[in-house]
Design a protein around this ligand. Structure first.
Ligand SMILES: [Cu+2]
Length: 358
């Protein structure tokens, strides 16, 4: 298998570079190749989405781990290149893990061994791989999983420390692949597990660099120059403009229920100022680190690209609570928002929007 991969990489002229750069170190090469997806599809119809949705369902979170001893866990990741809408009438060629942004949340227990199968589908255009920040080993697994279209790689690693960690593509054009959607979370639970909550929610922020301003209808191509300037057209939660609570359902909970959010910032370049409008984070674990007690009553906390946060909220009053990057032009102009809708009886003792009527 390794020989096959090496042969493919030599054929596209990136073998040595890939080995040198994989794993959180890299620089864009002159020929990004990302628009090869558009070129390939131009003969067909580049503006037609190949999938209805790339936004990950925020409630699709693997259940808590009840085991009291380590196990071997099988995980399969498939880098899928798809065309989808960023917003109505605007298409983009995404690169994803398993067809969704962020990629599927992986959940294991400290001490578990992960047997990863990395399947690069036959119809892809690009090489891909994965670098897990929960891995101790070269490139977080990037070199071991480097595959061309039609190739499969396997990697085994032990999750030796707890926390929520990003995983992301780490090919030489890693910034481009992440900005096209290639990132997600692996949660490593401590042996004692996590406190019980009513809901768990999975969200990810990243920025998309295109050749047109946000909102201009048509097919948006990836734009290397704007990425180098770090001036994205879109900054989004779960891959699409206003995905959660706009284009798709919000997260629905009831008053008094505790929601634990697992939040990842893929970047590749912008730090998120993560804030729940109309609330605070009751508990906040910066960097997704579970080895220190949480901060409490946190309003806004920076989440760097390549990192995560774990946070809880719990509203005593009903309403729509918007989760944002408090760099608010990204919300008002570029799409970065997600919504938790809290249902329940009004609670005028805590919040009364119309006191004169009492
Ligand atoms: Cu990739």
């Amino acid at each position: 298998m390794a020989t096959t991969r090496r042969t493919w990489l030599q054929a596209v002229g990136v073998g040595g570079t890939a080995a040198a750069l994989s794993g959180c170190v890299g620089a864009p090469t002159a020929d990004s190749g990302q628009n090869a997806l558009t070129e390939r599809r131009a003969v067909e119809d580049a503006q037609t989405p190949t999938v209805d949705r790339v936004a990950a369902d925020p409630t699709d979170v693997p259940g808590p781990i009840s085991r009291s001893s380590p196990a071997t866990v099988d995980v399969t990741l498939r880098p899928e290149e798809v065309t989808a809408e960023i917003e109505d009438g605007v298409t983009f060629d995404y690169m994803t893990y398993n067809g969704q942004v962020p990629g599927p949340m992986v959940r294991v227990r400290q001490g578990d061994t992960v047997n990863l199968t990395f399947e690069n589908p036959e119809g892809n255009v690009m090489p891909h791989n994965v670098d897990f920040h929960a891995v101790r080993g070269p490139g977080g697994g990037a070199e071991a999983t480097m595959t061309g279209p039609g190739e499969t790689a396997e990697l085994s690693f032990k999750a030796t420390y707890p926390g929520a960690y990003i995983y992301h593509c780490a090919v030489p054009n890693l910034d481009m692949h992440i900005s096209a959607g290639m990132f997600g979370i692996i949660l490593v639970e401590p042996p004692e597990g996590l406190p019980e909550v009513d809901h768990e929610v999975y969200l990810g922020q990243h920025e998309i660099y295109t050749d047109k301003p946000a909102g201009e209808e048509g097919h948006h191509r990836f734009d290397m120059a704007s990425m180098i300037r770090e001036e994205p057209s879109y900054v989004v939660m779960n891959g699409e403009k206003y995905a959660i609570g706009g284009r798709h359902d919000p997260v629905n909970v009831k008053t008094g229920e505790t929601v634990r959010v697992y939040f990842v910032v893929g970047g590749p370049n912008l730090t998120s100022s993560f804030h729940p409008i109309g609330s605070v984070w009751e508990e906040y674990w910066p960097q997704g680190s579970l080895t220190t007690p949480p901060q409490t009553h946190i309003q806004t906390w920076p989440v760097a690209p390549g990192s995560t946060a774990i946070a809880t909220m719990n509203s005593p009053v009903p309403g729509d609570f918007k989760l944002v990057d408090h760099a608010l032009s990204r919300v008002a102009r570029k799409g970065m928002i997600g919504m938790i809708t809290v249902e329940g009886e009004p609670n005028p003792d805590v919040f009364d929007p119309n006191p004169a009527s009492a």
